[in-house]
Design a protein around this ligand. Structure first.
Ligand SMILES: [Zn+2]
Length: 411
């Protein structure tokens, strides 16, 4: 009671009257107020209430005492401390006041205040009846020792008796991210063809990311803009810009013949827009064996495209350039919107470019420890986000990384 008087008395005076001239003194004053608030809340919780009506009245009284617009304790602090504070102290008072207001706004303690029942020592109260008279979640018997005269010994063990027949809390089920879903779908098609999955580190050396793949230092891809370097010197470690280094690791480790796909995350410091993201996913494929030809590559990718996009899809190969393949090509599929007739999406060409491919450059085979005179190979690479966007009609790559449940729960 004394501290109550104190708080009300203090908040009716100005800071100058109270002699609080430094931020430290103000901090102490507010700490006092906050602990008074906590104490009152705590004692209400441990006191409990006889019934629902008394409980809501008690909670309302406490809330009014602190938060009422007129004559609430916070309104006095606002008027006497904050508004009348000197210019120099105002920021400190404002900060403390905001903290207090935040802590006081959590007045939703009604649930914590239990309805207290006195269990008669004669055990004449039918427990089942007591359960039935209480609404759902409150069917917890809490006997407060100060309320019951001579609490029976065994009652201590009954302090909280939870009703085990109440239903539990259901947790919402998640779903598989569209990028993961599409990546698995691609993996399944190639696993069916006898390929195996190979993974590798996302932090690479310039050797595996560039040199071993025939990308000399003069190549524009080695410029700062396209690569995130970890070491300040551009010859050190980096975040891989493609999954191709995995191919070199696999050739070194397993030799030929080799049929693998390499799914994984890649990093490039592109400016984010609707088709570029700093983190994206690739799936690359590599087949190395004796007598591998471009016809094998075309046949495999044509089969893959029809499996993924539908049997009606046709593929087309256009010449292109990559340092690690010779010859190199771009794979296009017949436009999924206009079926090859020409529309805005395919820029009237009837084709959509979906991946790059080519015959593995003999130097790259050699870097992987495979004799290019005995073996040949093909490789391809595709962007998983782009495949997912085409498959589900998504027009912005940024959506994949925003963790927006409204977007994700559609998959
Ligand atoms: Zn089209």
């Amino acid at each position: 009671m004394r501290s109550r008087m104190l708080i009300e008395e203090k908040t009716s005076k100005t800071l100058r009257d109270l002699g609080a001239k430094t931020p430290d003194a103000i901090g102490e004053l507010f700490a006092e107020v906050t602990s008074a608030l906590d104490n009152e809340r705590q004692s209400l919780v441990s006191e409990g209430a006889a019934d629902d009506r008394e409980r809501s009245q008690k909670v309302k009284d406490l809330r009014d005492r602190w938060l009422a617009r007129k004559n609430g304790i916070l309104s006095f602090i606002d008027g006497n401390w904050l508004k009348k504070a000197s210019k120099g102290l105002k920021p400190a008072v404002g900060r403390e006041f905001n903290k207090l207001r935040e802590s006081a706004s959590c007045m939703e303690i009604a649930e914590l205040v239990k309805v207290v029942h006195i269990v008669a020592s004669s055990n004449s109260v039918d427990e089942d009846k007591m359960h039935a008279s209480l609404p759902g979640q409150q069917r917890i018997l809490l006997q407060h020792p100060t309320r019951a005269k001579d609490p029976p010994r065994h009652a201590l063990g009954q302090m909280t008796t939870a009703d085990l027949t109440l239903p539990g809390n259901r947790r919402a089920l998640g779903s598989i991210h569209p990028v993961t879903r599409v990546m698995r779908e691609i993996e399944d098609i190639f696993l069916g063809l006898g390929f195996t999955i190979e993974t590798g580190p996302e932090i690479e050396t310039t050797y595996y990311n560039f040199d071993a793949l025939n990308i000399p230092e003069s190549h524009p891809a080695r410029d700062d803009w396209d690569t995130l370097y970890i070491d300040p010197v551009k010859s050190g470690r980096l975040l891989r810009t493609h999954t191709s280094p995995v191919q070199i690791h696999a050739m070194e480790k397993r030799g030929a013949p080799l049929y693998i796909i390499c799914p994984g995350k890649c990093y490039r410091p592109d400016n984010p827009d609707s088709s570029h993201a700093t983190i994206f996913h690739q799936v690359e494929g590599l087949a190395v064996d004796t007598d591998i030809t471009f016809a094998d590559l075309k046949g495999t990718l044509d089969f893959f495209a029809r499996k993924f996009f539908g049997e009606k899809i046709r593929t087309n190969f256009f010449p292109s350039f990559f340092p690690f393949t010779e010859p190199s090509g771009d794979v296009a599929i017949s436009c999924t919107i206009c079926d090859g007739q020409g529309c805005r999406v395919c820029k009237e060409s009837g084709w959509l470019e979906v991946m790059g491919c080519g015959m593995v450059h003999p130097d790259v085979l050699e870097h992987g420890g495979i004799d290019p005179k005995k073996f040949s190979g093909w490789a391809f690479g595709l962007g998983v986000e782009r495949f997912a966007m085409m498959k589900y009609g998504i027009n912005d790559i940024q959506l994949f990384g925003q963790s927006d449940v409204r977007f994700l729960e559609q998959f």
